[in-house]
Structure formats: C-alpha cells, structure tokens
Design a protein around this ligand. Structure first.
Ligand code: S3P
Length: 438
C-alpha cells in the first residue's frame, strides 16, 4: 500500500497508566506460517500478528496452495503441505511492505520445482536483495532481480541446491534465515556464521518442527534432508511494539505502565539494555516461558534519562528500536551517540536520515554519521514530520510529541498497520494524545 494519505496529529497527553498487551511478534508470525505451510500436519498459531506484513505472507502461501483458516483474530490454522507440496502460480506473489517476507520467501522458493515472482510495495521495491540473491546463487539458486539487485525477484525453479558454509558480511537474521530455509532443499549441510549474533527464531522454530539443526549465538548448522512435523506455535507479544511504550512512559513524568507478556528473546531486547544504561526504570515481572520463548511483563515508570553511546553487539539486538531510541535520546540529559548501525539506512526508510530530519523539524540538534547519529537533547517544539511511509518512524514521533511544546503533525502513517494495527487506539488508552490529521 502507498500509505501516503493518512496523517496523525499528536501532542502531550496524560502520564501513561494502566496495563496493555501489544500484538504478536512479527518475526515469529512470519516464520510460523512459513514452517507451518512446509510441515506435515496442522499447525495452530496463537497470537498471530494481524498486521499487513504477516497477512501478506499468509496470503502468499494460500496462493501457493496452502489452506489457512482464521478461526478468530490472531489465530491461524495452517494445513501444511509438506516440503514438496507447494503449487506454483503464474501471478506475482505480493510481499507488501515486508522485507522479512520477501527475503525468507526467496529462500523457500529457490528450492521449489516451479518458477515464481516476488513483488513488493514502493518501499520494499527499493530495498537491497543482493544480500540474499548472491549466497543463494552460491547454493545453486537462479534468481533475477532488477538493476541494483532490487525487487521484483524472478526465481527459477527446478534447480539443484547445495548446502554452503557462509559467513554473513553484515549481521542479518533475514539473510541467515533465507539460507537456512533454502538449506531445507539442499544436498549437504548449510552452515551460517554471523559477525554479530542476530535473532534466532528460524533456528528455534526449525528445531521445534523436528529438523536437525545446531545453533549458538552467531552460528547455525542445518543438517541436510529431513522433514518438518507440524507443531503449535504461541507467538509472544512483540518487543519491538512494546518499545514505543517503554520510551513513552520513560519520558512522560508521572507515568507507570505495565506491558504484559512481552517476548524477551535476548537478541531482541537491546533497547532495554540501552534504556537502563540511560537511567530508565523498567522492571521485569512474571517472567516465564511461552512456546520456548522467554516472556515477561515489563513495568516502566518515568525516570530522568541521560545520554549514552550505543554500538557494537548491542546494535543488532535493537536493530528495529533505533527510531524509538532517537526519541529517548532527544529527551535525555546530554548527547547520545549511535554507531555501528549503518543497516538502518536500508530499512523501510533510511531511518538515520528520517529520524534526523524529523527531530530537526522539532528543533532537536542531530548530527548524522554514516553508521549512526549524535542526538543532543533539547526542548522539542511542535512541527510537521514526514514518516516516509515507515511504520516505526510514525510511531516514534507519536511518542516524541508527548514531550513537545506544540502540536506535531505526522505525515504518511498508514503503514503503521504493517506491524502494529490499532497502535493509535492503544496509545490513547494509555494516555497518549493522538488524533487523525485532516
Ligand atoms: C527480521 C530481521 C531484521 C529486522 C526485521 C525483522 C526478521 O532485519 O530489522 O524487522 O524477522 O528476521 P535484518 O535481519 O535484515 O537486520
């Protein structure tokens, strides 16, 4: 979708209060549908994210012949067709806004007997795909892209895939996962090493579906030849969606908010580490396990924050949370410097540039670096910011506005529905002031 027509008006509301549960994890939801589709048997997914990204993935598998029922919202029953049961279709397969959908599907489809074409929206059509095409080609896949390695991807079926040993040049769970999924169809083991560990949901879920895989942070070895056996998946609440509330409650005086049953996979919770180093008051409560993943309630109270330096191994652990961190930094005492986060430039937007531009529009001093930025705290004024159709930028500025001295108009927000449908209503429930712009 273009997302170009919807705007928000945000301004300071009340201190954030109450208990909220954010929607299901996007990464886990994509993978649950994918592995459920390729498994033998029926996979019941609970807590599925009803976002446009994950629905697009489910729709693609339906187009490939997989029956998926929706007994109720946030629930899917995936009738697996087995590793070789997908059926090709001449129609292009639309991944919408989802980089995860397209890159992981490239791995799955590279191993099929039939040809397929993957397309995406305007933002996804500008995102780099060489990072999956090149290593998949080394496995024997044949994938054509547009100039510069951009979508659409034309994937030629009927190739014999070979396992590889591959060290990722850039830490990326999407690339790692694409290779592991192609490895399901390969002769010989597939070994992936990462420069920094990234989220390991593909590895964990493959193991839960009965595939032989060894993994540790930064390393995975997938054994050739096997079968996936259906298993139920309970999707935890998405830490990346909780992140906006962690920052909002931290920066608005008088706030005390409980976020229920948030997924706490250590490869996802880097923002928690960063915020605590900044002085945030966030306590974990009711820690437990849900479907093999750690979950906990997070209780966050307002606290004065101070600037820090963020980079190194922490960057991949909070790769989707930098927009929210920019906002925390703008409200912190002193400067915050972000390094080692050049990947932000190739997300749904160039997140370093869009956050810098938006914060400057509100009067905050930001210096951009090739791999990050320095944000100097200061009073925030009202103004107009452009989210560039990027869901996380839009939600970050709704949070920033809670500390602005005037009204903030946030443009191009429709894509919030890709990852967090209902964000605006939930935000209002907590005390955030957020309305539809004309
Ligand atoms: C994701 C991996 C991350 C992240 C994205 C979801 C995943 O991308 O930014 O939102 O589900 O594997 P990279 O692996 O490319 O950094």
């Amino acid at each position: 979708m273009s997302g170009g027509t919807q705007h928000w008006i945000a301004r300071p509301g009340q201190p954030l209060r109450g208990t909220v549960r954010v929607p299901g994890d996007k990464s886990v939801s994509h993978r649950a549908v994918m592995l459920g589709a390729l498994a033998e048997g029926t996979t019941h997914v609970r807590g599925f994210l009803e976002g446009e990204d994950t629905r697009a993935t489910a729709r693609v598998f339906e187009q490939l012949g997989v029956r998926i029922e929706t007994p109720s919202a946030s629930e899917r029953i995936v009738h697996g067709v087995g590793l070789h049961g997908l059926r090709g279709i001449a129609t292009p397969l639309d991944c919408g806004n989802a980089g995860t959908g397209m890159r992981l599907l490239a791995g799955v489809l590279a191993g099929q007997a039939f040809d397929s074409v993957l397309v995406g929206d305007a933002s996804l059509s500008k995102r780099p795909m060489r990072r999956v095409i090149d290593p998949l080609a080394r496995m024997g896949a044949r994938i054509d892209a547009e100039e510069g390695g951009l979508p659409p991807l034309r994937i030629h079926g009927g190739q014999r895939l070979q396992g590889i040993e591959y060290t990722l040049p850039v830490a990326s769970a999407q690339v790692k996962s694409a290779l592991l999924l192609a490895g399901l169809y390969a002769q010989g083991d597939t070994v992936v090493r990462e420069p920094h560990p990234t989220r390991d949901y593909t590895e964990r879920m493959l193991a839960a579906f009965g595939w032989r895989i060894e993994f540790s942070p930064g390393y995975a070895r997938l054994t050739a030849c096997g079968r996936l056996v259906a298993t139920d998946v309970n999707v935890p609440a998405d830490f990346s969606s909780a992140a906006f509330f962690l920052v909002a409650a931290s920066i608005v005086p008088g706030s005390e908010l409980r976020l229920e049953a948030v997924g706490m996979n250590p490869r996802r919770t880097g923002l928690l580490t960063a915020l605590r180093r900044m002085g945030a008051d966030i306590v974990e409560d009711n820690a437990t396990e849900q479907g093999g993943e750690p979950v906990a309630d997070l209780v966050v109270r307002h606290a004065p924050l101070h600037g820090i330096e963020v980079g190194g191994d922490l960057a991949p652990d909070m790769i989707d949370e930098f927009p929210a961190l920019f906002v925390a930094a703008a409200c912190a005492q002193g400067a915050t410097t972000i390094r080692d986060a050049a990947e932000l430039r190739v997300k749904e937007s160039d997140r370093i540039a869009t956050m810098a531009q938006g914060l400057r529009a509100l009067g905050v001093e930001v210096d951009e670096h090739p791999d990050g930025a320095t944000i100097v705290s200061g009073p925030m004024a009202g103004g107009t910011v452009d989210s560039h159709g990027d869901h996380r930028i839009a939600m970050s500025f709704a949070v920033a506005a809670q500390r602005a001295s005037g009204e903030v108009r946030i443009e191009d927000v429709a894509n919030v529905a890709t990852s967090f449908p209902g964000f605006d209503a939930l935000a209002r429930d907590t005390g955030i002031w957020l309305g539809q712009g004309a």
